[in-house]
Design a protein around this ligand. Structure first.
Ligand code: PGA
Length: 253
């Protein structure tokens, strides 16, 4: 079956010293967990610290974005090959904050996804609806569009090499979490959408939930049939909270 994955999305937070403390704390706290995959996604400048501190551990690390271009004159961008050079396994792609604040489109996100895969990174493709979209009954249409961006451009095989994260925008950083039933409904819909092209790939695809996942609600979310772990923002900045969520993944595996 699918191994749960708990990934921390640190966003634009921390200092060198804080990153070091957090990584050391997480490393000590998850040592011995064997059934859950754990990953951290620090800001780009701190990836080398993850590479230094986590190299001998079972914890993987990744970036929060990747360029859609392989290299060259693209000021300010970071290529998938560079991320591999720093030992990254994962790259978060299409987070709602990048869609909202950086104008990322499904077409651009599909190119980033392809760059990640072709360089041996595992993309974590974020999808999710705003509150307004949910309230007007558009949740399925919106997440379908987000998934179809990659499905249409790259084909279903691309999902054999990636992870999906369902992150309702109204739940991100708000303290309001989707109920387990609300999340499960969308996760099942997403899996079905992939299954309509390949049941085998859909069955193997990890679909994470993200949006105010915390120690107090992680277990019941991860217990849902189609929820295979979490993408954790705020709670990934506190070692004790992140470790407790990893523990929920370990216990639900
Ligand atoms: P949150 O963020 O856990 O702080 O809601 C999740 C995310 O944006 O990935």
């Amino acid at each position: 079956m699918r191994r749960p994955l708990i990934a921390g999305n640190w966003k634009m937070n921390g200092t060198k010293a804080e990153a070091t403390d957090l990584l050391n704390g997480i490393k000590a706290g998850v040592a011995g967990m064997q059934k859950v995959d754990v990953a951290v996604c620090p800001p780009f400048p701190y990836l080398y610290i993850a590479q230094d501190l986590l190299a001998e551990s079972a914890i993987a690390w990744g970036s929060q974005d990747v360029s859609q271009e392989p290299g060259g004159a693209f000021t300010g961008q970071v290529s998938a090959a560079m991320l591999k050079d720093f030992g990254c396994r994962y790259a978060i792609i299409g987070h709602s904050e990048r869609r909202q604040f950086n104008g990322e489109t499904d077409a651009l996100i599909a190119r980033k996804y392809a760059q990640a895969v072709s360089n041996g990174l595992v993309p974590i493709l974020c999808v999710g609806e705003t509150l307004e979209e949910r309230e007007s009954g558009k949740t399925e249409a919106v997440v379908a569009k987000h998934i179809d961006g990659v499905l249409d451009a790259e084909g279903v095989d691309a999902f054999a090499h990636g992870v999906v994260a369902y992150e309702p925008v109204w739940a991100i950083g708000t303290g309001v979490t989707a109920t387990p039933a609300q999340a499960q409904e969308v996760h099942a819909f997403l899996r079905q959408r992939i299954a309509s092209k390949s049941k085998q790939i859909a069955d193997g695809l990890r679909i994470l939930y993200g949006g105010s996942m915390k120690p107090g609600n992680a277990a019941e979310l991860i217990a849902q049939a189609d929820i295979d772990g979490g993408l954790i923002g705020g709670a990934s900045l506190k070692a004790a909270d992140f470790i407790a969520i990893c523990r929920a993944g370990e216990d639900n595996a």
